[in-house]
Design a binder for this molecule. Structure first.
Ligand code: UD1
Ligand code: CA
Length: 460
């Protein structure tokens, strides 16, 4: 039995007051729509069909091949939106799971519960409902005296008794496909509501409500099943930036909790921002104001922060990074960085490297045990093992046109305030005197001093 999900994301989200389409506003580094796509994919195992409309091209680009897309040119309602998937899904799937692009907190577990319930149900619809004190303008679930679901009534159309109902339509449905596509054609236009007037594509005469399918099924003598969501925070939809911030906090809490339960210490969960692509080993400690961004992999027993940003980087075990920024870098085991270090793209610190205050490393490999204690810059450089980079060492790697490489052999001692004018090779075991300006290659075990640096002896 195949299930495919349809994610509605055609709306502009006027109340965001933004030039960015609502569903692309990020939560922990990913567009909110990404969360809906991921949850769907985890349940259906196939890329969902995303219904796009407003700024369709941008939404498509942001998701790439994680989804298929259909265009809803005019936003004529949720029923009309699902109908757009008919042309690509009819005959290709047994069940259709409908979710929304602006509800990032709905979990895969909840979706799975709904789909499983529909697989076991003999009627054509299972709807996810929530019982909550604050109805948030949601549609009301109207039940018969025997408890069976009769209809979903939009708030604006409720009678006073229906208005008081606290079982709400989350908007998430699972349908039997063979019934759905034809039933969508039987939805009649509902009268215009003030909210519909907010949508650029909306017709003044009204829209086609997906929720009308419930009454249509019931009128055909078919059964509609309601599945209640356990945690009502999952149904939070985002309409404003206030909701966006609320959802971001909830997502942050959810991710942090997962890592804490997996053995990571988070000293101040409110100020730990761990994006969904990050992984963290056991016994690692995340100190306050630490951000793990993108595809970042952290080993075991590390201490990260306070005040640290790690972006798309990999780190081994037992590393410490204090008040530093690490971007697109690789750090092996037992490395310490900071305070105030900056690892830029292509930095690779081998095991046991010590990088102290105010260091910057770009596109460079620092061999095992190398030490770079104080305010230095290494760019396009390879060092061997156990090299000492003295305070204030600078690789002059840019001649104004090209980047040039520097190679430093094992056990080299670079004296304080040395300028290494690339392209340059410093042989194994050599030393430079304080303040040397090295413009020519240096042989193994040679001591060079001065400006420009010249050899004055051998290193024993
Ligand atoms: C809808 C439900 C309501 C439910 C609520 C839960 C209907 C008629 N009402 O109301 O019962 O309680 O969601 O959040 O279904 N969209 C399109 N194309 C359209 C219209 C909407 O893609 O033509 C998308 C929107 O971008 C949005 C989602 O569908 O992501 C929901 O639309 P919205 O207008 O917010 O529906 P509600 O009025 O909130
Ligand atoms: Ca809504």
């Amino acid at each position: 039995m195949k299930t495919t999900s349809v994610i509605l994301a055609a709306g502009q989200g006027i109340r965001m007051r933004s030039s960015l389409p609502k569903v692309l506003h990020p939560i922990l580094g990913q567009p909110m729509l990404w969360y809906a796509v991921e949850a769907s994919r985890a349940v259906t195992q196939t890329p969902p069909v995303v219904v796009v409309g407003h700024d369709a091209e941008r939404v498509r680009e942001a998701l790439g091949d994680g989804a298929q897309f259909v265009l809803q040119e005019q936003q004529l309602g949720t029923g009309h939106a699902v109908q757009q998937a008919d042309s690509i899904l009819r005959g290709k799937t047994d069940y259709v799971l409908v979710t929304y692009g602006d509800m990032p907190l709905v979990t895969a577990e909840t979706l799975k519960r709904l789909v499983d319930a529909q697989l076991a149900h003999d009627g054509p619809i299972s709807v996810l409902t929530a019982v909550a004190d604050d109805p948030r303008g949601f549609g009301r679930i109207v039940r018969d005296t025997d408890g069976s679901v009769l209809a979903i009534v939009e708030e604006i159309q409720t009678t006073p008794e229906q208005f008081a109902i606290r079982e709400l339509n989350t908007g998430v449905f699972c349908f039997s496909a063979d019934w759905l596509w034809d039933a969508l054609n039987r939805i009649e236009l509902s009268p215009a509501t003030p909210k519909a007037g907010l949508r650029p594509g909306a017709q003044s005469e009204g829209e086609y409500y997906l929720t009308d399918l419930v009454e249509i099924a019931v009128s055909e003598g078919k059964s509609v099943q309601a599945i209640q969501v356990a945690d009502t925070s999952e149904m939070i939809g985002i309409n404003t930036r206030v909701h966006l911030a609320e959802a971001a906090v909830m997502m942050q809490q959810r991710i942090n909790q997962e890592w804490m339960l997996a053995g990571v210490t988070i000293q101040d969960p409110k100020s730990a921002f761990i994006e969904p692509g990050a992984t963290i080993g056991r016994d690692t400690v995340i100190a306050p104001n630490t951000h793990l961004r993108g595809e970042t992999k952290i080993g075991e027993a590390c201490i990260l922060g306070p005040n640290t940003i790690i972006q798309d980087s990999q780190m081994g075990d037992r590393c410490e990074v204090l008040s530093s920024v690490v971007e697109y870098a690789v750090i092996e085991d037992d490395v310490d960085v900071g305070p105030f270090g900056h690892l830029r793209k292509g930095a690779h610190l081998a095991s046991g490297v010590h990088m102290g205050n105010f260091g910057e490393v770009k596109n460079s490999y620092l061999g095992p045990g190398t030490k770079m204690g104080h305010f230095s810059y290494l760019g396009d450089t390879t060092t061997g093992a156990d090299v000492n980079i003295g305070a204030g060492t600078i690789t002059c790697n840019y001649d104004g046109v090209n980047k040039q490489p520097t190679e430093i052999g094992d056990d080299v001692f670079i004296g304080s305030d040395t300028l290494l004018v690339a392209p340059l090779k410093i042989g194994k075991g050599s030393r430079t005197g304080a303040g040397a300006v090295v413009t020519k290659d240096v042989k193994d075990k040679t001591l060079v001093v001065g400006m420009p640096a010249r050899a004055i002896g051998k290193v024993e």
